[in-house]
Design a protein around this ligand. Structure first.
Ligand SMILES: *[C@@H]1O[C@H](CO)[C@@H](O)[C@H](O)[C@H]1NC(C)=O
Ligand SMILES: *[C@@H]1O[C@H](CO)[C@@H](O)[C@H](O)[C@H]1NC(C)=O
Ligand SMILES: *[C@@H]1O[C@H](CO)[C@@H](O)[C@H](O)[C@H]1NC(C)=O
Ligand SMILES: *[C@@H]1O[C@H](CO)[C@@H](O)[C@H](O)[C@H]1NC(C)=O
Ligand SMILES: *[C@@H]1O[C@H](CO)[C@@H](O)[C@H](O)[C@H]1NC(C)=O
Ligand SMILES: *[C@@H]1O[C@H](CO)[C@@H](O)[C@H](O)[C@H]1NC(C)=O
Ligand SMILES: *[C@@H]1O[C@H](CO)[C@@H](O)[C@H](O)[C@H]1NC(C)=O
Ligand SMILES: *[C@@H]1O[C@H](CO)[C@@H](O)[C@H](O)[C@H]1NC(C)=O
Ligand SMILES: *[C@@H]1O[C@H](CO)[C@@H](O)[C@H](O)[C@H]1NC(C)=O
Ligand SMILES: *[C@@H]1O[C@H](CO)[C@@H](O)[C@H](O)[C@H]1NC(C)=O
Length: 835
């Protein structure tokens, strides 16, 4: 992608002198505009205001052809990001870019020929004083000198590079498709074979097309964080940390993907001549471009490798498999590795008449092709399931927006196509299948085989265990442990010193307790890996968090963290009972919380009734105490960084206990990214300075606490606030009601007006203080606690809360959801446009 410097060019040697002479002359009066009286001639360049970009003439590498283009001026090497006359090179050295005064048009001519090699559209005379200006974003615009709106802009006509601030996708009104099309070759910028574009039909998707319009690769629909099929690496720095912020916007006018730089970081996306799209970031310390992401990147990435009703598994061989309940359509060619015919159903669907169909869960999916799919942002997964069962064409459903806690869904109205499963990341897809029992002969066989295999597996494991025990004469803790036998003692010892007991579990104990990590025992998928319920032989229930392998932490560090965290003892923190290390596996064992998490009560109409105001207030106080302890009284000063309703667990008496504390320490404390669908921090709970600058402090936890407080009072999610069209989120809604003094409106209807008005007022006041834009305006937890309990609190005036994540006025904010034009009417995102 990084093209070589333009000169010296053999044909141009004689002009070098002139070139440098002119460069010199014009660098003195570097300007970023051309006007009718000051055109741009060969050898001159426009330099954007801060010197980021240059616009001028360059020679394509290994070629004599010259072009008008834009490149990064402030980086060495000439990274060309835009070419005006990509189809018509300049053979004559004397070219000029001019602007016509009377009809406002840019045109590129060569000496002695008045026919333009390239020109922008022209605009009527009503635009006085037209100028062409190179902006510091790399956008070359045509506008009226005293106006801020553009008549024409190069950002609407990208070549092979997407810059921060550009939009990728069709404008349905003007018909302009902003796509990025590769150069034909490294020495020829004319449009090449491959294009990265947004496909608007069905639920919009990111795709790479070839010259005849066939899809090479499909990034899939936007899932709130990224494109479903762009793979885990697309989140390089997660679009959140420093590097860039990205989003996707769907309206009846336009559909586009965009990203913006954060701070000084610069990232671009390019399309190359061989069909690979890449994202690069500028590495300032090394003065070079770093590759962040690319697609397609493996055989499963190519469009529909496995045909319909099949899935591609990149980590196994062969890579293609029929979905459960399907057989190869053409078994002979399938077994030869020609998968193009895909698979067919073994048993026909019941199709509604009896309502007997079932759904099979495919975890870790890249969502299948959504050309024939519809999205409905109002339904939850149960609603989706019901809707799918109502229509015989429906084949599958999945959550449409993971950033909103799984709100909205996509429903497939055609056979599953281009499905792949990821070892890590991906999302849940529910595929409709005929009722089990039909075609069950085959199933039973599978079950029998599976049981035999399991038994064999256990026998072999057992034999291995016994052999290793014999050899080492020691407990089987896993290899590393055997090599450092002292550490078990050490843990016991130190643990006791801190007045806590931390147990070292054997892997076999954990396997037995969880039925070998069976799905039935799975409680859920936390940010750092799955959580299982287990039962110890003495009957005690435990919860086991199986940390994903990528914690990036060495054994020694892990051990130290556990020792530290085990010392944190507070009645509002979930108690760590012990851990287990086995090879690469690291597991944490916690006390089991029978009432699961707060969100299950808070955001559920029926369960919400179980939380009366007294309980809610106790929960608020408990969480505040737990947080205060983490921030202040524990010797460690832990910043939780992911406080949210689903991380508040409830014991049998509904006492709140904060969970997942210390995880940010166990995972690399800087940028813990555990599950690819998740970053440390959750949208809706993240403070502005953390979300945009990666800065965190105890005040970021205070912000999350404020959001949680409002959620507990209102029973509504901050992220997921669809019902109230005129407010962008819960914070804005609460703020408006606070100003009006109408808090009754805010309180969860489940409370049926049974609440202490003064307590609610205090809670909302404190919450609004906690969610202030500036960390300095937020209280610390000790103040929060005293304010919550202070009956004679005096409500001084407060500033409006931060609405950062919801607004998009400056274009630099991140949208939280697939923007639906009119969510209040439940309009589906199913935009149909002609190809
Ligand atoms: C370029 O312009 C210069 C001066 O205007 C002229 O002398 C020269 O012949 C021109 N070159 C070509 C190839 O037209
Ligand atoms: C003038 O330029 C146009 C466009 O590049 C080209 O088609 C035409 O042949 C040129 N005419 C002459 C006389 O060179
Ligand atoms: C721009 O300047 C022209 C005259 O130079 C004036 O007529 C016009 O109103 C100005 N437009 C704006 C938006 O200021
Ligand atoms: C890319 O956009 C251009 C300009 O809007 C359009 O003519 C072209 O068909 C698009 N190409 C693809 C492959 O979408
Ligand atoms: C594209 O493929 C050709 C032939 O394999 C290779 O020479 C060229 O370097 C590739 N281009 C890029 C940008 O990777
Ligand atoms: C994909 O392959 C890997 C390695 O063979 C296996 O562990 C995993 O279970 C497979 N995934 C699915 C969904 O079949
Ligand atoms: C794979 O099978 C399809 C249809 O059966 C056939 O059209 C295609 O040529 C085969 N491809 C290869 C590489 O054999
Ligand atoms: C519906 O159920 C009846 C009997 O319960 C069965 O005969 C019929 O085949 C079923 N229909 C479908 C479409 O499965
Ligand atoms: C089922 O879905 C298809 C495709 O969206 C639609 O044309 C059809 O009317 C639907 N049928 C029913 C009964 O809703
Ligand atoms: C989405 O597009 C609409 C209409 O163009 C605009 O009002 C809104 O601000 C955009 N949102 C984002 C996040 O870009």
């Amino acid at each position: 992608m990084m093209r070589a410097a333009i000169f010296p060019n053999p044909l141009c040697c004689c002009c070098l002198f002139f070139f440098f002479f002119f460069s010199f002359v014009f660098s003195i009066s570097a300007t970023d505009i051309i006007t009718p009286s000051h055109p741009l001639s060969n050898g001159e360049t426009l330099i954007s205001a801060k010197g980021t970009f240059a616009l001028g003439f360059f020679t394509a590498p290994d070629s004599a052809n010259r072009y008008l283009g834009i490149w990064y001026h402030k980086f060495p090497g000439q990274t060309v990001v835009w070419v005006a006359n990509r189809r018509n090179p300049i053979h004559n050295l004397n070219a000029t870019l001019s602007i016509t005064a009377d009809d406002a048009s840019l045109y590129l001519t060569t000496s002695g020929n008045s026919t333009a090699i390239w020109s922008s559209p022209s605009f009527p005379k009503s635009f006085p004083n037209p100028i062409g200006q190179l902006l510091d974003t790399g956008n070359f615009v045509l506008k009226s000198s005293n106006s801020s709106s553009f008549l024409w802009q190069s950002f609407d006509h990208p070549t092979d590079t997407m810059l921060p601030g550009m939009k990728l996708g069709p404008n349905l009104k003007t018909g302009i498709d902003r796509n990025i099309t590769a150069w034909l070759s490294a020495s020829d910028p004319s449009p090449g074979k491959y294009t990265l574009a947004i496909e608007p039909i069905g639920v919009p998707q990111l795709v790479i097309r070839d010259a005849s319009g066939n899809w090479i690769w499909r990034g899939g629909p936007w899932n709130g964080f990224g494109f479903s099929g762009a793979g885990p690496n697309q989140y390089f720095d997660l679009g959140l940390y420093r590097e860039f912020i990205s989003g996707f916007n769907v309206s009846t006018e336009e559909i586009y993907y965009y990203f913006n730089s954060v701070g000084d970081a610069i990232s671009i996306i390019t399309m190359d001549e061989n069909g690979t799209a890449r994202r690069y970031g500028w590495q300032a310390s090394l003065q070079k471009w770093d590759l962040y992401w690319l697609a397609p990147s493996d055989p499963c990435d190519f469009f529909s490798t496995c045909g319909i009703n099949a899935f591609c598994n990149g980590s196994s061989s062969p890579i293609c498999y029929c979905l459960d309940g399907f057989d190869p359509k053409n078994p002979a060619s399938w077994s030869r590795g020609n998968w193009s015919d895909g698979c067919v159903r073994v048993a026909n669907l019941g199709c509604g008449t009896n309502g007997t169909d079932e759904f099979m869960l495919v975890r870790g999916s890249k969502l299948p092709d959504t050309t024939e799919a519809v999205a409905d942002m109002r339904l939850d997964l149960d609603g989706c399931r019901a809707r799918c069962l109502m229509n015989c064409s429906c084949r599958a459903y999945a959550s449409a927006d993971l950033s909103m806690g799984g709100n909205g869904c996509i429903i497939w109205m055609a056979e599953i196509k281009d499905l792949r499963v990821y070892a890590d990341g991906g999302q849940d897809l529910y595929v409709r299948i005929a009722p089990r029992g039909k075609g069950s002969k085959r199933k039973r066989w599978v079950i029998v085989l599976a049981s035999v295999a399991t038994v064999l597996f256990f026998l072999i494991t057992l034999i291995c265990v016994i052999m290793i025990r014999r050899r080492k004469g020691k407990y089987f803790f896993g290899e590393q442990l055997i090599s450092s036998p002292n550490w078990a003692d050490e843990i016991m010892h130190k643990g006791n010193e801190g007045n806590s007991e931390i147990l070292l579990f054997q892997f076999t104990q954990i396997v037995n307790a969880t039925n070998n990590f069976s799905d039935i025992n799975k409680l859920g998928e936390g940010g750092f890996g799955p959580v299982y319920k287990g039962k110890l032989p003495d009957g005690q229930d435990i919860a086991i968090k199986r940390l994903s392998a990528r914690s990036g932490q060495g054994l020694e560090e892990f051990k130290n963290e556990i020792l530290l965290i085990a010392k944190l003892q507070h009645r509002n923190l979930v108690r760590l009972l012990g851990c287990c290390i086995w090879g690469e596996e690291k597991m944490l064992v916690y006390e089991f919380m029978p009432n699961k998490s707060l969100d299950l009560f808070l955001f559920d109409v029926e369960q919400g009734l179980k939380l009366d105001w007294r309980r809610r207030f106790q929960i608020i106080e408990g969480v505040a105490q737990g947080l205060l302890y983490l921030h202040k009284h524990s010797r460690l000063r832990i910043i939780h960084r992911d406080l949210k309703a689903s991380n508040i667990l409830l014991d049998i008496d509904m006492n709140p206990k904060i969970s997942d504390f210390g995880m940010a320490r166990i995972f690399d404390a800087n940028e813990a990214q555990a599950n690819t669908q998740r970053i440390v921090g959750t949208y809706g709970y993240m403070s502005p300075e953390y979300a945009f600058k990666g800065l965190f402090s105890v005040k970021s936890d205070v912000f999350s606490f404020g959001v949680l407080l409002l959620e507990i009072v209102s029973g509504m999610r901050n992220a997921g606030f669809y019902e109230f069209d005129s407010w962008s989120n819960l914070l804005a809604y609460a703020w408006d009601l606070w100003k009006e003094g109408n808090l009754k409106e805010l309180v969860d209807p489940a409370l049926d007006n049974q609440f202490q008005h003064d307590e609610v007022t205090r809670c909302v006041y404190v919450a609004l203080l906690c969610v202030q834009e500036s960390p300095d305006d937020r209280p610390v937890m000790s103040d929060v606690i005293s304010m919550l309990s202070n009956g004679s609190l005096n409500f001084s005036s407060i500033k409006p809360p931060a609405f950062f994540a919801m607004k998009n006025a400056s274009g630099s904010k991140r949208p939280l959801n697939l923007h639906v034009n009119d969510a209040s009417n439940g309009l589906s995102v199913s935009i149909v446009a002609g190809r």
